[in-house]
Design a protein around this ligand. Sequence first.
Ligand code: RFL
Length: 387
Amino acid sequence: EETKVAIIGAGVAGLTLATFLQKSGVPCVVLERRNRTYVEVRQRAGVVEARGVEMFERWGLADKLLAGPVAQTIDYRVNGVGRIFDIGDEGDAQSRFCTQQMLVNNLLRELIDAMAGDVRFEVADVVITNEADRRPSVAYSDAGGHHEIVCGFIVGCDADRGVSRASIPYGILTRYVHEFGYAWMAALVEAPVTGDPIMAVSDHGFVGQLPRGPQRSRYYLQCALTDTAEDWPEKRIWDEIRLRLNDDTIQNAVVHNIDFVPLRSVVYAPMQYGNLFLTGDAAHMVPPASAKGMNMALYDVDVLAQALLDAVRNQDRRTLDSYTDTCLPRIWNYQDFAVWMTDTMHDAGNPAQQGTFRQMTARSRLNNLFASPAAARLHGEYQRGTN
Ligand code: RFL
């Protein structure tokens, strides 16, 4: 069996790439280890930044894939006192509300149901062959047996624990990592965001509340790296939310699930080896405080899809060869933004975290967003993903 591009992983990166290629007439196959339902119900990010919206518009897919407008504001609170930051638009596209789950579902519908794209679920034992003197290929097994697909290019969209990055020989990649030393407890609850999305620092630690649909929101609470579900019974979740937001009027609501996310930043470089290319979480991760992980994955896909089109249509590999060099400067820029957001939101809160000196400088930094038009403008650019 043959195809042009074999894509490992049907997350947001793999499905977006496959949809762009399929729409452009480039044959591709997506291999996913989970079943379709699992992929459909996985919930994470909430907003496609303005740059991502512009990208989907350029590929002619924005209205098919993205939902409507979202608040272009963030309520930054310190010990319960909020100030509304306006992300602004400066004439470019506006970010749109579109949970990752909604985007993935729309991509699946568009790619599989509307365009007859080839996505194979529940595959196992994916083995990548990517050697200079052989045609690239991907072998896998499923309920029907063992299969091999010979291809021109392989794209690893299988996130941090996938097989793609692991297939690259030792010594080729450099891993750059920063551990923040704390985690987030993420709770999906049956209560909407009633005002603006909230990012709140307090003497008791960080709490954020972000929209996840008309009825739901996601609360994030700073916690210890060692915390487990046993440390967070429902009563404690709501007590801590009221305490950190300094708001006794918040009512308990249904908690659908909780998750623990260690805050960590990682970059692997280069993002390519031979005919294998890495995108999204397979190549880099940022802490969710930045709300950039999915958006950074979409950027990689935008660059790589165009480069693959050049290679397949025009036999011109130059943009493909410079894929890493094109992506890395922006990745480091948004890694820096993620560190800024994460440090500011946590240092400015609980002084036990980094000491009172760091608390005061972090609060000053946050204050600058409202005191300095230059600081506000840069922050708006990062939020929109346009710089
Ligand atoms: P995904 O979405 O994890 O998809 C990877 C896919 O690969 C499959 N896979 C394999 N398939 C075949 N063979 C194998 N050996 C395989 N190994 C893995 C997996 O089953 C899966 O289907 O990675 P991708 O496409 O790179 O997308 C990255 C984003 O999902 C991620 O960066 C974001 O979710 C990060 N993120 C957020 N990003 C934002 O832009 N804004 C946010 O507000 C935001 N909030 C979040 C987040 C991530 C979170 N978690 C769970 C870490 C909130 C949370 C809590």
